[in-house]
Write a protein that binds this ligand. Structure first.
Ligand code: ADP
Ligand code: MG
Length: 435
């Protein structure tokens, strides 16, 4: 397995975000009651410093306690804006730019703000409306979630790194360059001096334990690109595309049902998904095209976008390849919008269709596999982390344990009506706090 020695001493970061009451909740007498509170609130202090979230249980049946409180790394009250949430993720982005894998999850009940937090715009709903253009998504910048802000940040940092922060031993100073060159740098490769950073993205959906490529296209070659830097893209090209998903595209739910991308472990590259489309991007605007394409692909594959997006995990993989004068360092940022974590009682399940039960079962399986991996990572025997129990944990294996930084943002509703789900979400957060 490897990687155990390199486990970062920084543990997982766990944040919670409480959304405001929505109109439906406000209109309902019971649901309109706010039971979630944030403690240590001090308006002069950043929201991140308010790290106790509590649930008032007074109105709840069978409860012996009057409240339950959880201490997390940070709690965002309903009035926190998208920028504040994004700011909390910056340390992970910095880590990714210096060679760590970084993964940010949004976890919570459907309707609590996972997609709002991760993406900001409801891209899925926009994509479902025929005729919408990508420009609809570029508007209203304040609403942008972690994904667009993170990429904007990454590109900004890249510009800085490419121009100014190449290591001093590689930096050429005006005409006396020879003297600033030290051992290790190859003098002949003058053109390679300075950092060159490539960004490529993949967009994956895990639905019913099937891994789908949201960027797959009908035409074999049209958008598939490989960064032309040594070694990059090898993950995609190393395996012949037998039964390739690439090229088949989405032909509705039926066709999509049949195929799942394979997840493999490569000795050098770690977890790889052969045939997964990776698109190199050079600006944040290009990212929107990619996200938009993914959303449209998914819109084509499902009859009900909202339901589909709450029943599948969506993973935006951002691969960074930093070339410092021929020394190549790779890292990856995974931005994961998880499927809704809500649980159903047996009597509720009885009314569901077979398809729905299948969906819920695979969501439950993968979210509990995620929880189990998290628990196992708290133990001493890191080698027994059960990554293979779900596609999600397998895919993110080298981003959960090992040389990586991980953040969970759990989202909750403030409403009394969601009390049970909120507690179960916060218990998940509590477990992650121990990793
Ligand atoms: P999820 O992805 O968890 O199912 P969404 O992100 O789709 O939930 O959010 C459900 C609805 O609530 C959306 O209309 C979204 O715009 C709104 N919403 C979620 N979080 C917030 C927030 N913090 N502030 C304002 N509106 C929010
Ligand atoms: Mg969502």
């Amino acid at each position: 397995q490897g990687g155990d020695e390199s486990i970062s001493t920084d543990r997982m970061l766990v944040l919670a975000r409480v959304r405001p009451l929505n109109q439906n909740e406000k209109d309902d007498e019971d649901a309109g009651e706010v039971v979630v509170y944030v403690k240590g609130a001090d308006d002069s202090v950043a929201h991140l410093k308010q790290c106790i979230i509590g649930v008032n249980l007074e109105g709840m049946q069978n409860s012996h306690k009057s409240e339950k409180e959880y201490r997390l790394d940070g709690v965002f009250a309903p009035d926190a804006d998208q920028e504040e949430i994004f700011n909390a993720t910056v340390p992970l982005l910095r880590a990714a730019l210096s060679g760590y894998n970084a993964t940010i999850f949004t976890y919570g009940q459907t309707g609590t703000g996972k997609t709002h937090t991760m993406l900001g715009h409801d891209l899925w709903a926009l994509a479902a409306e025929i005729g919408n253009e990508v420009s609809d998504f570029s508007e209203d910048r304040g609403r942008r979630g972690i994904i667009p802000r993170a990429l904007q940040y990454v590109f900004k940092q890249i510009r800085v790194m490419e121009s100014a922060t190449s290591p001093s031993w590689l930096r050429r100073k005006d005409k006396n360059s020879d003297r600033t060159f030290m051992s290790g740098a190859k003098k002949k490769d003058n053109n390679e001096v300075g950092a060159k950073i490539l960004v490529s993205v993949s967009y994956t959906e895990i639905y019913n334990e099937k891994v789908r490529d949201l960027l797959a296209v009908k035409e074999e070659t049209s958008i598939y690109t490989t960064p032309n830097m040594t070694g990059v893209g090898a993950a995609n090209l190393s395996t012949p595309s037998k039964g390739s998903r690439r090229g088949s595209g989405y032909f509705g739910e039926m066709a999509a049902e049949e195929t799942s991308l394979e997840i493999r472990e490569d000795k050098n590259l770690g977890i790889v998904v052969p045939n997964l489309t990776e698109i190199s991007v050079e600006s944040e605007e290009e990212i929107f095209q990619v996200l938009w394409k993914g959303a449209q692909n998914r819109a084509m594959a499902s009859t009900n976008m909202n339901e589909r997006s709450s029943r599948s995990h969506t993973i935006l993989g951002v691969r960074l390849t930093v070339n410092h004068g021929g020394i190549i360092r790779r890292s990856k940022i995974n931005l994961v919008d998880l499927a809704g974590s809500e649980r159903y009682k047996t009597h509720q399940m009885a009314q569901f269709s077979e398809q729905r039960i299948k969906e819920l079962t695979s969501i439950n399986q993968s979210l509990s596999a995620l929880g189990n991996c998290i628990s196992a990572l708290t133990g001493r025997q890191k080698s027994h982390v059960p990554y293979r129990n779900s596609k999600l944990t397998r895919l993110l294996q080298d981003s959960l344990g090992g040389n990586c930084r991980t953040m969970f943002i759990v989202t909750v509703s403030p409403s009394a009506a969601s009390c049970e789900e909120t507690i179960s979400t916060l218990q998940f957060a509590d477990r992650a706090m121990k990793v």
